[in-house]
Structures are given as structure tokens and as C-alpha cells.
Design a protein around this ligand. Structure first.
Ligand SMILES: O=C1O[C@H]([C@@H](O)CO)C(O)=C1O
Length: 549
């Protein structure tokens, strides 16, 4: 195993993601940030310098469990103090498992601002993947707003509330098409993208006929749930969130924010032309045109547009289609299976609320706010009054009707923690509900830091005790992100075996910003020495100065 060193500087720069110039957050002058490529059991060392002029930064390594290094998880106010301008923090962690991962900012709404990139872990030397392929294509998917993240954040925390709205563009590897289409000749009412603007010409991915390609796909969208299609080609899903799944062939696939996949694509179509890669919005009424890229069969020119029209996206609210896809994702034989004995069940009700006139999201009626002292440090040093000490609720009222707007839409903010017994097995039931407005319930992809969980099943309406009988304990997918469908529930199981303080939250960036998350903690006495740079704020800063190092 190798130690791989990276020297990064985070900064703001001008870029043209979608035909329109904007300020984006990037790394070493690049947007998206550089791709990290490593082999399983390597150690990654990123010396991260914050070159933003007036704000802190942290980077989360999404899908890396940070076993034994909880201070490197990159969550501001949870695992570490944000890195101040011109300061450097060294992230050092092991990538223990092969898979398709990514990294992104986890402070304020910096991920929405463009702070992200790919992290790909190959099998260790001498090991083999569970499938064969001849070449690779990497698709990092995101969505983009023309309004700055500062403008967006002020709107979200204003009364009256100003919602960010739908994205202006979807991006594939940082490129999208705003107000124009590469497929204009097949579509009425939309202009062709200006050829002189290289940025909105999309990407072409070159392939040879009659080969098999592994397409790595990761979504770091701020809001959009996505659907991906490749004209005329089937995709065989083989990996989800860094774990192998039973191969399943599909014509189109859904990707929620925080998820990653690998699919195999066989280039068995006519080699005389190129094909569309099309990415569209689902789960919210789309106001954003699909992003297009080109699958270029060599020796055709990569600039040659496909002769067929782009594939038609499934209807945005065809939830049966989405559920059918989610239910097809099952673990490959050999994946760890869940323990049968469960120590605790936590039911988490997801609601949209009003707090003193401000619009928020809350979990069991608590809307998460982050404390000034990061949890990991205050727990490890047993600091008093660093966060709300009472225990958050394990369930919600029997009278609550998830199908209707709440009778009482009020809730409270809080910094409470769910303390999990070390090595215990925990079931989490994520319960969706009606939002503030009648007849609205939205999709929320939930992401767990520090662990993978088994997705035991999805159901409709309010979770009932007898639903336990429907849990899939045989081959549930092992993942770090799972979606809750409108008015439904999703059941997860995980083992609390990684000492640390871990975020568990909706991966929709504005929703997290509005309080849609909880914090789990376990095995704090087993946490090793936290680097002092992670503690240099809040009440832990006082400890550092008292210790006379
Ligand atoms: O958090 C959200 O706020 C808006 C809407 O509910 C109120 O404007 C929306 O669509 C969200 O997802």
C-alpha cells in the first residue's frame, strides 16, 4: 500500500460551467476539483490550504468510513473546526475499500458552490474486481445555479422565505448547457449551443466498438434527483456506493444526491455513429433542460452529433418507475449481511416546519443547528454545555398523520445527539410526511457518515410494526445513501462500530442547511488523539491553550 500525497488550495475562480460565466469554488484553479485515484488500503494525505478570502472550509470524503480517523471526516462543527483563511489542515486517512467515491465541501453551502471532485479507489495490487471491463468512463454529476450560494443562503434564512428554485443547469463533469441544447435540431423552441463557447459543448467520451466499459457515476447535486440514459444502450449496474451489487440490466437509472454507481456498457451498437448520454431531473417538476454528452464510437469524430434524437426521459413523477429501480439494487453474494438481532430502533420523522416564521426542516421536531464547538472534540474532552444535553426523541406521536400537513407546524432548533452503544445494531426508520403545503411530499436522499448501512426496505405511508416482516435480511444493498419516497418510509440497519461523531442527514444541500439532519456518536472513549488543528475553535480552543503544549 502507498501513501499518496496531495497539496491542494481551495479558492474561488471564474468558470463557465454552462455557457454562462460565474464564480465557482475550485481546487488548485480547477473546477471540478482534481480526481484522486488510489488503490485499496492506500493512505491519502491531502494538505488542504484555504485560499478563500473570508470564510472557512472543510472537505468531506464521501463514502470513506474514516475508521480510526473520525477527525478527518471533514464536517464543520461535527468532526472538526473549519479551516480559517490561509490556514492548512492535513487530511490523512485510509481508503480501505475499492469503489467509486467523491469528495465535497461540508461547510455552509460550499458543495452547491462547486467544491467537489471524484475519488476513485481501485482494487489492491493482486486483487481482481468482481467483473471484467476494457476501459473506464467517469461521470461526476451535479446541478448549478446562477445565483451565488450567499444569495441562496440569505434567501433560505429570510422571512419571508426565498426558495432557491430549480437549477439553471445540470452538469456532467462540470459542464452543462443553459438555455440551449446540443440536440436543438431535434427539439422545438430551443437554440443550439454556441459552437464558439467550448464550455457548453458538453463532453465526448470515446469508446471502441465491441468492448465493455465501466462507467463510474456519482451525484453531488445540491437538489436534483437525476435520471441517466445512454441512447440505444443498456447499462448493467454492478456497484453502488462502493459495494458490489447483483448485476442488473436497465435502460435508464435514477441517481440521488450522495449516491454513486458503476454500470457496465457494451459497445454493441452500430459503430457508424455517436450516441447521446442524457441526464434529466426527476422527483421535482423539471424546469431544467437535460444535460447532454456524447458517447463517441471511434473512429467517428467526437464532434459529430448523434443522428438519432436524445432518449426520452421518464416522467418526472413516475415514482413507480423510481421505486422499481431502487428495489432492483440488491447486494452481490459475499457482501456482509445484517445482524439479525437488533438492539435499538430509532424512528425519524421528516417534517417541514415553521420556527418563529422561518421555514425549516426538522427530525422528530428538532431542526439541527450546529454548535460552535465541534461535537467530536467536546465529546472526547467531556466539555459541559457544548451542545444540548437532553436526549432527542426515538419516535413521534401516535396521532401524527403523515399524509397531511401538520396540525402544529411549529418545531424547535437543537444540537442534541443520539448516543449509540458501541458495537450495537441500530435500525433507523426514516419516515417521510407531508410538507408545509397540502399534497406535497418530497424525495430526500439520506447519507450516513462513518458507516455503510443495509437498506432493508421501502414502504408506503406510516411505518407499522408488522412491516418488520417485509425486511430483506437476505441480500439488502449495503450503502451509505438511501432515499425516502414521498409519503413513504425507508428502513436501514447498521452496526455502531466506528468510534466518532457522525452526521446523518438529507443530502439536499438547502435542506441540510435548513436543519434536516441528526448526529450519532459512539465509542468516544476509543477515539485516538485528535489533531489540535481540528480543535482550534469554540470550547476546545480553550483546552489547547490550557494544556501548555
Ligand atoms: O425546502 C423546500 O422549500 C421549497 C418549498 O417547500 C417552499 O417554498 C421546496 O420545494 C423545498 O424543497
Amino acid at each position: 500500500a502507498k501513501v499518496r500525497h496531495f497539496k491542494w488550495e481551495v479558492g474561488a475562480l471564474f468558470s463557465t460551467p454552462d455557457c454562462v460565466e460565474n464564480v465557482v469554488l475550485g481546487i488548485n484553479g480547477q473546477f471540478p476539483g482534481p480526481t484522486i485515484r488510489a488503490k485499496a488500503s492506500d493512505t491519502i494525505v491531502v494538505e488542504l490550504k484555504n485560499h478563500l478570502h473570508t470564510e472557512g472550509v472543510v472537505i468531506h470524503w464521501h463514502g470513506i468510513r474514516q475508521i480510526g480517523t473520525p477527525w478527518a471526516d471533514g464536517t464543520a462543527s461535527i468532526s472538526q473546526c473549519a479551516i480559517n483563511p490561509e490556514e492548512t489542515f492535513v487530511y490523512r486517512f485510509k481508503v480501505d475499500r475499492p469503489g467509486t467515491y467523491f469528495y465535497h465541501g461540508h461547510y455552509g453551502m460550499q458543495r452547491s458552490g462547486g467544491l467537489y471532485g471524484s475519488l476513485i479507489v481501485d482494487v489492491a495490487d493482486g486483487e481482481k474486481e468482481a467483473f471484467h471491463y476494457d476501459g473506464e468512463i467517469n461521470l461526476l454529476l451535479s446541478d448549478w445555479w446562477h445565483k451565488s450560494i450567499y444569495d441562496q443562503m440569505v434567501g433560505l434564512s429570510s422571512n419571508p422565505f426565498r426558495w432557491i428554485g430549480e437549477p439553471q443547469s445540470l452538469l456532467i463533469n462540470g459542464r452543462g448547457q443553459y438555455n440551449c441544447s446540443l440536440a436543438a435540431k431535434f427539439t422545438t423552441g430551443v437554440a443550439a449551443c454556441p459552437a464558439r463557447n467550448r464550455s457548453c459543448q458538453g463532453n465526448a467520451f470515446s469508446v471502441l466498438p465491441n468492448k465493455t466499459y465501466r462507467i463510474r457515476i456519482a451525484s453531488t447535486t445540491a437538489l436534483a434527483s437525476l435520471n441517466l440514459q445512454i441512447g440505444n444502450h443498456k447499462m448493467v449496474v454492478v456497484e453502488a456506493d462502493g459495494n458490489y451489487v447483483q448485476p442488473v440490466a436497465v435502460d435508464d437509472m435514477d441517481i440521488y444526491s450522495g449516491e454513486s454507481y458503476s454500470v457496465l456498457l457494451t459497445t454493441n451498437q452500430s459503430p457508424s455513429m455517436n450516441y447521446w448520454i442524457s441526464l434529466s431531473v426527476r422527483g421535482r417538476e423539471p424546469q431544467t433542460r437535460p444535460a447532454l454528452a456524447i458517447l463517441n464510437y471511434k473512429p467517428n469524430s467526437p464532434a459529430k452529433l448523434p443522428t438519432l434524437p436524445p432518449p426520452v426521459s421518464p416522467r418526472w413523477n413516475d415514482y413507480e418507475h423510481s421505486k422499481s429501480f431502487s428495489n432492483k439494487i440488491l447486494a452481490l453474494r459475499g457482501t456482509p449481511t445484517p445482524p439479525v438481532k437488533v438492539d435499538r430502533r430509532i424512528v425519524l420523522l421528516n417534517t417541514q416546519n415553521k420556527i418563529s416564521g422561518f421555514t425549516k426542516w426538522a427530525i422528530n421536531n428538532i431542526s439541527l443547528v450546529l454548535p460552535s464547538t465541534p461535537y467530536l472534540g467536546s465529546l472526547k474532552y467531556n466539555l459541559k454545555n457544548a451542545f444540548d444535553a437532553e436526549r432527542p426523541p426515538e419516535d413521534f406521536s401516535k396521532d401524527y398523520d403523515v399524509a397531511k400537513p401538520a396540525v402544529n407546524q411549529n418545531s424547535t432548533t437543537g444540537t442534541t445527539i443520539y448516543f449509540l452503544r458501541f458495537n450495537s445494531t441500530v435500525d433507523v426508520i426514516l419516515q417521510n410526511a407531508n410538507a408545509l403545503a397540502a399534497n406535497v411530499s418530497e424525495i430526500h436522499p439520506w447519507h450516513l457518515h462513518g458507516h455503510d448501512f443495509w437498506v432493508l426496505g421501502y414502504g408506503e405511508g406510516r411505518f407499522k410494526e408488522e412491516d418488520v416482516k417485509t425486511f430483506n435480511l437476505k441480500n439488502p444493498p449495503y450503502r451509505n445513501t438511501a432515499v425516502i419516497f414521498p409519503y413513504g418510509w425507508t428502513a436501514l440497519r447498521f452496526v455502531a462500530n466506528n468510534p466518532g461523531a457522525w452526521a446523518f442527514h438529507c443530502h439536499i444541500e438547502p435542506h441540510l442547511h435548513m436543519g434536516m439532519g441528526v448526529v450519532f456518536s459512539e465509542g468516544i472513549r476509543l477515539v485516538g488523539k485528535i489533531p489540535k488543528e481540528a480543535l482550534a475553535c469554540g470550547k476546545t480552543a480553550t483546552i489547547l491553550t490550557d494544556q501548555h503544549p
